[in-house]
Write a protein that binds this ligand. Sequence first.
Ligand SMILES: C[S@@+](CC[C@H](N)C(=O)[O-])C[C@H]1O[C@@H](n2cnc3c(N)ncnc32)[C@H](O)[C@@H]1O
Length: 236
Amino acid sequence: MTDVWNLYIAQDYLTPGARETVDLVRRHVPLDAGARVLEIAPGRGTTALTLADEYGCRVLGVDLHAFVNYAQRAAIKRGLGDRVSFVRGDGGQLPVRDAAFDAAICIGAPSIVGTERCLRAMHRALCPGGAIVVSDWTWTAADPPPEAVPPHVAGPFVTLDAYASAIRAAGFRIAHGEPLPQRVWDDYYAPLRGPIADQRAADPEGPVDPIEAEMRAYDAAGAAWWSYSAFVARKT
Ligand SMILES: C[S@@+](CC[C@H](N)C(=O)[O-])C[C@H]1O[C@@H](n2cnc3c(N)ncnc32)[C@H](O)[C@@H]1O
């Protein structure tokens, strides 16, 4: 791992616009101390801990990777260990009962889990009328030029409209869908630009990790083709 990669994964959020997406939860999903919230792919657990802290709700986070160990320690440290749990599991095959949750969140990760299977898993886990809030990388058109596509990204290049169709097809009614402000990409990369420049200066031919490759594509052409979209929807 390079220093830049380690710096990237140490950030509170690992996706553009995560704070803006959490604001959508605050604005559109009534949560209280009785609410049961599921978070798929919580990463470092920042969203789950923030919501449990603010609303007193219970949150279960399901992430495929060992982030869950870090997140569970963070929950205990903040005195939230009795209400927030993180388990290791696949967001497309949730280890939960049907209709066990009032709300389900997946920030920046449905397409990583597999959009359709992630949405269907959330649908199964929600009670009737339950809400989802999801955000994801979207594209301004489905056929971006090669220079706008980072090496680790294979497509499909899903537009906001196509994403909305996938949400509806999974059995939800969309209450709100918006492209987040384009600056969420700039904000996301900003803390990494200095360290990447330093790393390049120290080792011009050194390995290019995925986050640096992604930023190169963003700077080359991505700003015109990439967007980040967030949706609030209800189980029909
Ligand atoms: C880009 S990060 C987003 C993390 C977090 N939502 C955030 O906003 O900081 C993607 C997350 O998806 C998790 N992940 C990848 N595949 C998964 C799967 N099949 N099921 C559950 N989590 C998965 C990764 O471990 C990682 O925590």
